[in-house]
Ligand binder design. Structure first.
Ligand SMILES: [Cu+2]
Length: 466
């Protein structure tokens, strides 16, 4: 992460005296620095957790492919500075998107505070239209709630507003605009917020990951999302990245792990973790009492909801973590493609190819798209571009891998590479004797048809042969 000190000078030119008036002259003179992630981020890589330099201690979270916003402590108040602005985000190597975000990135940086902290957040608007910031889930004075027209006027381009409140409850929250929100959220304006417990022993975990789910509709070959799309998005993101551009989550064998997920898309996402059972320990409404939790392997994160799941990483391996909607684990694709399973189209593709160069038919044998070699327009990702230790990893979009390893360092979040499976524990081809398969009885149209006289007849189930 780099810090762009030039910002304050820039703001003076851009905003002029009017901006200063919004926060009072004294406030503007005292604006804290706006820390920046490189723009465009060279790799969109996950930053190391931000250890608190002052204030009450806490165990920091890890923002997958993101970072946490440093603050300035002023007279006992934690001061943050968010800058709403156009950004360029690499969704995965090979594709960049023109988005809107905060401090150089979409999603914006994660804000981490401690229960009871007084927080002051300066928001400078460098967008071409007004904005506001709503602090989703916070219990705060109404006038700090960030709803344009209802609790404040919009922050006009070039102006800076200040929000101030006490972070009253520990928990899992997010921030996003309540101003032209269809446009602004579809452009990537969102960020995570974690309020840590006053007592760091409370709700303690060894690894604490945070992510926001997003959705973009970016035509293959283009860079800017179509913001009027309601449901048919083609890029489903974790912190505005798609697999294989999403970093793995790493845990040491035996660690207690928390993964916090917020959903700012237009549909629900059933988030599924392999190899473990977890409990929902926290929502954006607060902590779930232990006696009210139950085991799950998938949890549906509804629109505008947040869920923090917890489990002990007691099963070593490379475990898939993904949205269970299969279209959400693919990158930009055409949805108008007919299903040709079972259709013999030998020679058809060649004939069409004479008319439309580059045309290809999707498989008549199921045609795993992971093996398709279709010419792609510039700045377009393959539908499923991942590469695993056993070949094509036929996933994109809302997918990543939880890598659990023995003996990792406490603060080691580096990718440990692919899992080395103990001998004899990997599914393999079988070439020996096969037991006879048991099949459902064949139901012919004749047998299924009702008798001509209309009488009801019951067909005895056949006994299976073993
Ligand atoms: Cu999904």
């Amino acid at each position: 992460m780099t810090t762009r000190r030039a910002f304050l000078g820039g703001a003076t030119t851009l905003a002029g005296a009017a901006a200063a008036a919004s926060v009072t002259r004294a406030g503007a003179a005292g604006l804290p620095e706006a820390p920046y992630q490189d723009n465009p981020a060279p790799s969109g890589a996950t930053a190391a957790p931000l250890a608190p330099p002052n204030g009450r201690p806490y165990h920091p979270v890890v923002t997958l492919n993101g970072w946490s916003l440093p603050w300035r402590m002023k007279d006992g108040v934690k001061e943050f500075h968010l800058v709403a602005e156009p950004v360029v985000r690499e969704l995965a190597p090979g594709m960049q998107a023109n988005l809107w975000g905060y401090n150089g990135q979409s999603p914006g940086p994660t804000i981490e505070v401690v229960e009871g902290d007084r927080v002051r957040i300066f928001v400078t608007n460098k967008l071409p239209e007004h904005t506001s910031v709503h602090w989703h889930g916070q219990i705060l004075p109404c006038g700090m709630d960030g709803v344009t027209g209802l609790t404040q006027p919009g922050i006009a381009p070039g102006k800076t507003f200040v929000y101030e409140f006490v972070a009253r409850h520990a928990g899992t929250f997010m921030y996003h605009p309540h101003a032209d929100e269809m446009q602004q959220m579809a452009m990537g304006m969102m960020g995570f917020w974690v309020t840590h417990p006053k007592d760091p022993r409370q709700h303690a975990v060894e690894r604490d990951y945070v992510m926001l789910l997003g959705a973009y509709d970016i035509e293959p070959g283009s860079y800017t999302p179509r913001t009027n799309t309601m449901l048919d998005f083609n890029l489903w993101t974790i912190n505005s990245r798609v697999f294989p551009g999403v970093d793995p989550m790493v845990a040491r064998l035996g660690d207690r792990v928390r993964i916090r997920v917020g959903n700012l898309t237009m549909t629900n996402h059933p988030i599924h973790l392999h190899g473990h059972r977890f409990e929902v320990a926290c929502t954006d409404g607060g902590w779930v009492r232990p006696e009210a939790r139950w085991p799950e392997v998938s949890v549906d994160v509804g629109v505008g909801q947040m869920r923090a799941i917890e489990f002990v990483a007691d099963n070593p391996g490379d475990w898939a973590f993904h949205c269970h909607k299969s279209h959400h684990t693919m990158n930009a694709m055409g949805h108008e493609v007919p299903n040709l399973i079972g259709v013999d189209h030998r020679g058809v593709a060649e004939k069409i190819n004479d008319l439309i160069p580059g045309y290809m038919v999707m498989g008549d044998r199921g045609g795993s798209m992971g093996d398709m070699q279709m010419p792609l327009p510039e700045n377009t990702l393959p539908m499923m571009g991942g590469r695993g230790p056993f070949g094509n990893l036929e996933m994109g979009g809302m997918f990543t891998v939880l890598k659990i390893r023995e003996g990792l360092g406490r603060n080691d979040y580096r990718d440990p590479g692919w899992y080395r499976h103990p001998a004899g524990t990997v599914a393999r081809e079988w070439t020996g004797e096969l037991p006879a398969p048991v099949q459902a009885p064949m139901q012919t149209p004749k047998a299924a048809a009702a008798p001509a006289d209309g009488a009801v007849s019951a067909r005895k189930p056949q006994t299976h042969r073993h």
